[in-house]
Design a protein around this ligand. Structure first.
Ligand code: SF4
Length: 612
């Protein structure tokens, strides 16, 4: 097969052994790549109900068939493992150069088991795979780690995916950093790496990658490159993801101060891409092979954090700034740099700190608990200090390193009421009480509350639905979008191309030109359903039940506190109505279980639900 490497590298860290597996065409057609490969190997190789930090947990890095080709915005990789945050499927997509480099080294995926006896990093150098001593790297932040590995190997062009101290200290939402500004942020994949004493994966690839129809593919991609530089992606190119953040506040759909409010023009005006472009002139950086270049890297030229450099995304501004009420962009650059270097997910860490601030506001946490820190909303210096404490699990940081669900269960005092998560994953931006397609999609997301599993806010922002009203039609909308996104995450394409590469027909053509394999629109759509159903089935095997498809009490009991949607609620009745419609659209039981006939139709004979 073209554009695949047809090869998976299996790494046993305990025995320091490697093996390679040859992929068959039927498998690739069925699971496509990236997301599909990752969930397949997680189901197959991880023992049921394994503890996330047990050496038997499996950590999978997978690329897609488009990585390393001329197809634009396809240079990504995805990481899977059982999540230490949700105890369900962990999954996180990362941009940058690491994915294509793995392809050029000759692999589609790396499947890692076991635990190294000493801190180790893996160096994949084309056909040579070496276990390297990482004792000198242990304790270093992710940026230092990348620099030191490049220096040791003597090659600035290798790609490195590394963890910081947070991963080493098993912070449950630790991330993996590549190219300094790109993270596999969600669901704690960095903590699983840390539990395996695996500090980094460095890759050098020098092999060319053949596609099936080079001339036709180049012609097609030239058109795509042009479209990627047109109106469809204008906002991303000009401002990155923070472009238009002010409009979210105007619509009343962007939660602030731990979801006590849903709109704050002062905070949003400070953070919106239009303001930051004018004041700080971020440099727009591109991932490998991307004509959009949406990554707004800011270097602070003056002020207390002069010299600080970070790429600040919308969701980081939401987590670190809106959730904590800190309306200071310069401090956001510093907080993002801290998060990236220590290696924590900016959404999870920010939402967890926002929860702690509300606990402090309500007297549930005291100054004694915080080690003397005045943990009030708006205290930016406290945010910086807490991130450091979390990364090293010092003082209050040890509790907050558990993530908001576990931290609130440990603290008690009814603080679960406002612990903003779904299935243990801290909620992203977008006010689900006023966006009911989102409310359904964040609940059903197999990795927990996450905005990129279906990007369901699209339907509201495009005016395609009346988001404040729950409608059974949303069941089909969300299921179809989850299936399509499962395919996109398997290829892996950047979702910011979604107005350029708009659906299965274009994907089928690109897939044919790159791989030489024909998958019809129906087959692609079925592959998306298969992959998503396998994710769900994995979760069921690991203990998911219908009661996990929910939100904290605040979402049901408190109406939106301010802004144009003030007073709007998300009720238990709406939850039931939407879930019923969704399960029906998927052909699952009323309890959300895919029946045997459905699994058989999708060719998922590997699913057992642990014998139930
Ligand atoms: S649009 Fe942005 S995130 Fe997507 S591939 Fe391009 S630079 Fe990377």
């Amino acid at each position: 097969m073209y554009s695949y490497r047809n090869k998976v590298l299996h790494v046993d860290l305990t025995r320091q052994r490697i093996e390679s597996e040859t992929l068959q065409e039927e498998f690739c057609r069925k699971y496509i790549g990236g997301n599909g490969f990752g969930i397949y190997y997680l189901c197959k190789n991880a023992p049921p109900r394994v503890e996330p930090f047990d050496p038997a947990n499996v950590l999978i890095f997978a690329t897609g068939p488009f990585a390393g080709t001329c197809i634009p915005s396809a240079g990504k990789y995805i990481v899977h493992a059982k999540s230490p945050l949700t105890f369900l499927m962990g999954e996180s997509v990362c941009s940058g150069s690491w994915g294509p480099t793995l392809k050029w080294a000759g692999y589609d995926a790396v499947v890692i088991t076991g635990k190294a006896a000493q801190p180790t990093y893996l160096f994949i150098d084309d056909d040579s795979v070496q276990f390297k001593d990482a004792k000198d790297l242990w304790g270093r932040d992710s940026w230092e780690t990348e620099d030191m590995i490049k220096e040791t190997i003597g090659d600035r062009d290798i790609s490195v995916a590394a963890i910081g101290p947070a991963g080493e200290n098993l912070v449950r939402y630790a991330c993996i950093t590549s190219d300094k500004s790109r993270q596999a942020g969600r669901t704690g994949m960095g903590a699983v790496m840390g539990s395996k004493k695996l500090k980094a994966l460095a890759v050098r690839g020098s092999k060319s990658l053949e596609v099936a129809k080079i001339d036709e593919l180049v012609e097609y991609c030239n058109r795509l490159y042009k479209d990627c530089q047109g109106d469809a992606t204008k906002y991303y190119r000009l401002y990155g993801t923070p472009g238009g953040m002010i409009s979210l506040s105007e619509m009343g759909i962007s939660p602030t101060r731990n979801w006590q409010q849903s709109s704050d023009h002062v905070l949003h005006e400070e953070f919106t891409g239009e303001t930051t472009k004018e004041r700080y002139h971020p440099k727009m950086i591109a991932c490998q092979g991307c004509p959009i270049a949406c990554d707004p890297v800011t270097v602070l030229k003056n002020g207390p954090y002069k010299g600080t450099t970070a790429s600040v995304e919308q969701e980081s501004l939401y987590g670190l700034g809106l959730s904590t009420g800190v309306g200071n962009y310069q401090l956001m650059v510093k907080a993002t740099e801290f998060s990236d270097r220590y290696g924590v997910d900016t959404i999870s860490v920010g939402v967890t700190i926002g929860w702690a601030m509300e606990c402090y506001q309500k007297g549930l946490l005291t100054r004694e608990d915080t080690g003397g820190l005045e943990l009030k909303f708006g205290n930016g210096e406290a945010v910086l200090e807490i991130i450091r404490k979390i990364a090293y699990r010092k003082g209050i940081g040890d509790l907050l390193a558990e993530g908001v669900k576990r931290a609130s269960e440990k603290l008690g005092k009814d603080s679960q009421h406002f612990a903003m998560h779904s299935k243990g994953l801290e909620l992203p931006d977008y006010e689900v009480r006023g966006l009911k397609v989102c409310a359904l999609a964040f609940m059903t997301s197999t990795r927990g509350g996450h905005h990129m599993t279906a990007s369901a806010y699209d339907f509201d922002l495009a005016g395609k639905v009346e988001g404040t009203k729950a409608d059974p039609a949303y069941g089909r909308l969300v299921a179809d979008r989850e299936n399509l996104w499962a395919v996109i995450d398997s290829l892996i394409l950047c979702k910011f191309t979604r107005k350029v590469i708009t659906g299965y027909e274009q994907i089928a053509e690109l897939y044919r030109l790159a791989t030489g394999l024909f998958l019809s629109v129906e087959e692609l759509s079925l592959a998306g359903e298969r992959i998503y159903t396998l994710e769900k089935s994995y979760n069921i095997r690991e203990g998911w039940t219908l009661k996990d498809e929910t939100y904290p009490a605040r979402i049901f009991k408190e109406p939106i506190g301010n802004g144009p949607l003030k007073g709007i609620r998300f009720t238990e009745e709406e939850r039931s109505l939407l879930l019923e419609a969704y399960f029906k659209a998927r052909g699952w039981s009323a309890e959300g279980i895919p029946p045997k006939e459905k699994l058989a139709k999708l060719g998922l004979d590997m699913v057992t639900y642990g014998g139930n």
